[in-house]
Ligand binder design. Structure first.
Ligand code: IPD
Ligand code: CA
Ligand code: CA
Length: 264
């Protein structure tokens, strides 16, 4: 049974932001020393001690402060989570680890706090850019304390899209999107790319292989500004398994679906 402190979402958001900034400081400190880097499934998939320590930091803090909340993190704790009952923190301790290791920038801490599978709080923190995107259900989204406006419908011919070049090799229909849009960018950090859609810097972000921790924080932000996010087929996202993603400005979303799948 959740007590009132464990359901006080304003307080939880403030606490999560504080821990996120603290974890950001830790990451910056670690960048000045050496840490171990290893590959996971393939050469695109890196993990460092820093990723693991940030996850452990959040696991300890959440368990100590909100004993009934559960945490699903990329670096191991996801193995204990098979459902989204109650309150679940969905954490990517470092999203964009390849950027973290190779560029020392363009990586984020991402947290989505979900109640019975629905997004309540979103936090995406660009550690080196010092930009903290956050949202709470029904109260809008902010970046560094400044409110983000609701997204006005944009059209594809004026849209900036984002996806990894590798996805074009998997689905040539993406070429049509390149031709029809104003331009394509690729940042390699899913959570931040979703946050950029939420604040209008991008108009759509597409990916073919994302895990719940890549998208949970960004999806919460998008919900608050009227953005649209589904899988590549247009079906609702699920936060227990890997899936494809289209996260977009609502006008651009409709056109993207039309280009990919034809009129529905
Ligand atoms: C990755 C990044 C990347 C996306 C990959 C993710 P990680 O997360 O979000 O942009 O293309 O699919 O796995 O491994 O750096 O946390
Ligand atoms: Ca990730
Ligand atoms: Ca990660």
């Amino acid at each position: 049974m959740l007590n009132s402190q464990e359901l006080n979402f304003e307080q939880i958001k403030g606490q999560a932001e504080e821990w996120t900034r603290e974890a950001g400081q830790y990451i910056k400190k670690m960048m000045e020393s050496s840490f171990s880097i290893s590959t996971k499934a393939h050469q695109h998939d890196l993990v460092t001690d820093v990723d693991k320590n940030v996850e452990k930091f959040f696991l300890d803090k959440v368990a100590e402060t909100y004993p009934t909340h559960r945490l699903m993190g990329e670096e191991g704790s996801f193995e204990l989570i098979n459902d989204l009952e109650g309150i679940v923190w969905i954490l990517d301790p470092i999203d964009g680890t390849v950027n973290f290791v190779h560029q020392e920038s363009n990586f984020a801490i991402s947290i989505g706090i979900y109640l019975e599978g629905e997004p309540i709080i979103g936090i995406v923190f660009d550690v080196m850019g010092d930009e903290l995107f956050s949202s709470i259900k029904g109260q809008g989204a902010m970046v560094n304390g400044q409110r983000l406006p609701k997204l006005a419908r944009n059209s594809l011919n004026e849209a900036i899209l984002s996806f990894n070049a590798g996805w074009m090799l998997k689905d040539r229909r993406l070429e049509k999107l390149v031709e029809s849009s104003r331009g394509v960018r690729s940042y390699g950090v899913a959570a931040l790319e979703m946050a950029y859609v939420a604040c209008g810097r991008l108009d759509a972000y597409i990916s073919f292989n994302l895990a719940p921790w890549d998208i949970a924080g960004g999806f919460a932000l998008l919900q608050e500004v009227g953005g649209t996010a589904t899988n590549y087929n247009g079906d609702p996202l699920n936060f227990l398994e890997k899936d494809t993603l289209i996260a977009a400005n609502p006008g651009v979303y409709d056109e993207v679906i039309e280009v990919i799948h034809g009129e529905k």
